[in-house]
Design a protein around this ligand. Structure first.
Ligand SMILES: [Zn+2]
Length: 401
């Protein structure tokens, strides 16, 4: 793989042993659409390791043996690429970038992201906004990135909006981040300007500890994408930007509660369809409605019926993506046996007691936050959530077994 930046425009050329259909870190196959993209709203003078890491979040799935950058990187970054991926990276010759003092939040406006923001009320936001690609037709106009950017602007936080068409480098399964970490590409190029030492993401307990983005349904202390000692965590640290998961210890029930009761509550939006509010008709809206109904202890309010395609996966046998939250909802939503989730009740033995671990914070998630930001998160969780008991910790660590 050969990577070239022209200003903040990225182009890359595959080597003969690279592949058009690669695999992201979550093992999902991704097919290349085009070999260029650009990032807007960012300076063009970042440390070379930041340029290299930003590019790597985009080209990693298609790279087999080596990556050649257009400017020298540090030996530390090259070593992290080699240790993590078995990739030869160079040329080597830059001084490493030391970690800065600031923690920023990678802010999407979804409930998890808003919850992460409430943990650090002083943290600036970096918001990634999708823009069309100059050569790839946009067949997904319902994705309203403009709405999300407007909501982010109303939060009152220091906001840095980066624009990019990098999601259109993916042909299949659809436009999206080649690696989940590509959402950080713009934030990385801003890292020197913002004096960043850490970047906070809204990944919660399920994503970090219970199986990752695609559902593995097992305890994952060594999560390859989000653990600090995983290959991505070490690579980001080598570039002086630690991965931080402020809500990595709490479930989506807790992030929903924190977000909808925070002073950012009017700006929360997890659905990317619709302009005036969530569409209420997509799979994500249904899943979030189940969680919200459980948190608010009210009946399910959805126009979706069991015969709709988006409801189909709940009529099958588990495991489901986000299964811990399905169990939580089944145990707590009044009248759930008269909804489209009724069939799922047959597969679980759930009660409020058996799902109470999903209301507290898993302590190891706080312990892995870098020291300079740990106490603030710990104090927040103690005051607003509470920590898991030993028995509840055991529920996390035996998940799926
Ligand atoms: Zn929706």
């Amino acid at each position: 793989m050969r990577v070239t930046w022209t200003g903040t425009d990225l182009s890359f050329r595959l080597d003969p042993d690279d592949e058009i259909t690669g695999k992201a870190s979550d093992d999902h196959p991704v097919k290349l659409a085009t070999n260029s993209c650009s990032i807007g709203g960012v300076p063009d003078d970042a440390h070379p390791d930041l340029f290299a890491l930003a590019a790597w979040t985009i080209v990693a799935p298609w790279t087999r043996r080596s990556v050649t950058f257009d400017r020298a990187i540090s030996a530390e970054l090259a070593a992290a690429l080699h240790d993590g991926w078995g990739i030869e990276a160079g040329p080597v010759g830059a001084e490493p970038r030391g970690a800065g003092r600031t923690l920023a939040i990678s802010y999407s406006g979804g409930a998890d992201s808003v919850a992460a923001a409430t943990v650090y009320p002083q943290a600036p936001f970096v918001h990634f906004r999708r823009v069309p690609h100059r050569r790839v037709p946009n067949r997904w106009p319902h994705y309203r990135s403009d709405v999300l950017a407007k909501l982010a602007a109303k939060t009152g936080r220091e906001l840095n909006v980066v624009t990019s068409d990098l999601e259109f480098t993916l042909a299949e399964p659809r436009p999206g981040y080649p690696e989940h970490h590509a959402v950080a590409a713009g934030a990385l190029l801003m890292a020197d300007r913002l004096d960043l030492g850490g970047l906070g993401f809204g990944y919660e307990l399920g994503s970090r500890w219970l199986g990752g983005g695609r559902y593995l349904w097992r305890y994952t202390p060594d999560n390859v994408m989000w653990s600090p000692h995983g290959r991505w965590g070490r690579l980001f640290a080598a570039a002086g930007v630690h991965l931080v998961l402020p809500v990595g210890g709490v479930s989506e029930a807790v992030t929903m509660r924190l977000a909808t009761r925070s002073d950012l509550k009017d700006h929360v939006r997890w659905c990317l369809r619709g302009t005036d509010g969530p569409c209420r008709l997509c799979g994500k809206c249904l899943y979030k409605e189940l969680i919200q109904a459980a948190v608010e202890r009210r009946p399910l309010d959805t126009p979706i019926t069991a015969d709709r395609p988006v409801a189909r996966k709940w009529l099958r046998k588990p495991p489901y993506g986000g299964q811990e939250m399905i169990e939580y909802g089944l145990a707590r939503v009044p009248g759930i046996d008269k909804t489209l989730f009724a069939g799922a009740l047959d597969y679980f033995e759930v009660s409020e007691e058996s799902t109470s671990w999903l209301e507290h914070c898993y302590p190891k998630a706080i312990e892995e936050i870098p020291a300079q930001w740990r106490d603030e998160a710990a104090a927040f969780m103690a005051a607003n959530v509470g920590f898991m008991t030993e028995e509840e910790v055991r529920r996390v660590e035996t998940w799926g077994s």
